[in-house]
Design a protein around this ligand. Sequence first.
Ligand SMILES: [Zn+2]
Length: 180
Amino acid sequence: MGAIASVKLSEHSAGFRIETEQSAHQLILFPIGEMNEDVNFSEISQLILNLNPSVKNLLFDLRGVQSLNSGGVRSWILFIEQVRSRYACQFKNVNELFVEQASMLTNFFGRNSASIESFEGPYFCSHCKTRTIHMLKPTDVRMTKQSFTPPSFKCEQCDGDLEFDALEDEYFNFMRNVKT
Ligand SMILES: [Zn+2]
């Protein structure tokens, strides 16, 4: 694996950065912080354009984005459309914020179906009143035309059954656009 580098973005994007790690054919990108209208994705595109031509795949690790507003969503969609036209892109550890957007906006990960490795699933224990996040794979969720059934988990504290802590039909809607 290559070294981890932090991409310096313009000072307007103070609350946001992207760390990258390059291996032979792949660049892993970790966006971290607040994704809003101040984030300058053209700087990130520029970095990607300057990559070694041996890099064929981009892997986005999306667990580090803490907030996302409408300006950030717009810039992200344009950016993703652009990079997906040149690179095979995969997404992993997709956090709740991104799942919620992707379930509302079908082009959130690009117009064509996206390759999603794993994503967060929120669960709740009504006995302990605690919320926990489990990392799910698309194949963990049973999908029919009408409904989605997430996997079951036990509470680590009381061993009781956890409830899924979102509306399944809304939360998993993005899976209709996932490459299988
Ligand atoms: Zn519990």
